[in-house]
Design a protein around this ligand. Sequence first.
Ligand SMILES: C[S@@+](CC[C@H](N)C(=O)[O-])C[C@H]1O[C@@H](n2cnc3c(N)ncnc32)[C@H](O)[C@@H]1O
Ligand code: SF4
Ligand code: SF4
Length: 412
Amino acid sequence: MHYRLNKDCVLVEGQARGAIYALTTGRVYSINQGAVNLLQACRQAALEDIMDLTLSDNKLYLSFLDRLTALGLGAGYTDPPPDQKRALSDYKPQLEFLWLELTTSCNNRCLHCYSASSPHTPAGLVPHNRWLDLISEARRQGANSIQLIGGEPLLYPRWQELIVKARQENYELIEIFTNATLVNDDCIDFFKQHNISIATTIYADNALVHDTVTLHEGSFEKTMAAVKKLLANDIPLRIASIIMQANEHEVENIMNLYARLGLEPAPPDVVRPTGRGDDQALLPLTYSKPMIKPPFFTDAETFDKSRKFHSCLAGRVAITANGDVIPCIFARDQICGNILKSSLADILNGQLLAECWCTTKDCVNKCKACEYRYACYDCRPLAQGTDPQKSWQAAPADCLYNPYTGKWEEDN
Ligand SMILES: C[S@@+](CC[C@H](N)C(=O)[O-])C[C@H]1O[C@@H](n2cnc3c(N)ncnc32)[C@H](O)[C@@H]1O
Ligand code: SF4
Ligand code: SF4
């Protein structure tokens, strides 16, 4: 008998173990090295030629293959089946999503701000006409979603003209990420008229704690007043919440607040080590995001993408208020060019951005030896920021797997 994995099941080898990725169901099955060797041997020869099937010791291998068959992962054949190697999709990233950091200036002074914004930070260097051109240039390069962010984007004096331009260019999604303290009735009318989505940030369900994070007295009242108006006017709204030591006891209150507002509950994120956020003293003592752990899931598209490109970075760029192009708002030192010196197209086609977009887990320390590497989520700026050497290839700190032994360490 010949045994093969089904066409949509892919064996990925790690250093100590392997994994079968079932791309139709999305499930990822961990297997030991003996099972990996067996499946590899099955590609070359019939089972009878690999082992003596009458020996009781080998029954274990047969029952493993039976189990794979029962799970729909493989099948036995009398004659060697034709080669059914799955073709990798020819996905090539093009620009999809663009952040425009209109200004570094802000009326808040949040403890953790990755762009180190404050009322005293200079606004930025990009002339208004360059922002307008960039909106068209990015669209021509394929972008269909755009986010105006900062600093505080509503402090950028001519932000409304940028929105009008983005609408003219037919972006599918136009979002403004604002602290919402400056949202007045005119803004609400404008958002409605131009079909704008809003993202904002809440650090607590009360002014005392929220304003301790923003270092701006009265910011909570203003942000909450805006949130209520946005909701009353049916303007698409999402709220982010970032947890640090100053507000770590607010997690439940924040979740309840979301529920009262009728918003999707999403567990708050933890402060990331970028800008003012790169400070151990800010880290929460009790709250953390779940560690990276099985079960892992994927789908054919994500699997194909993550074999050649970074699953999150590829297709996105941020342009900072001084014109730098970076692959993510948190990857502030991965500068791939500057739009005051080059066209966006040249930067998008350049080597520096290609290297960022191509940072697969095959380039990442430790992960490159792991069988889960094409199903496991990755945040490069987070791994880099947490690493004492600040290496772009640093292994994620929130994973206790040792792919060299195939063992998970205890999560305390
Ligand atoms: C930089 S702000 C710009 C938009 C607007 N000023 C605001 O605060 O909503 C965008 C988001 O990034 C979050 N943020 C800033 N620094 C961060 C950090 N070090 N780690 C995680 N999130 C951070 C903010 O809390 C906010 O939700
Ligand atoms: S996180 Fe947003 S609101 Fe806070 S200082 Fe930074 S840009 Fe301003
Ligand atoms: S973070 Fe790296 S080592 Fe950990 S499970 Fe994911 S790919 Fe494997």
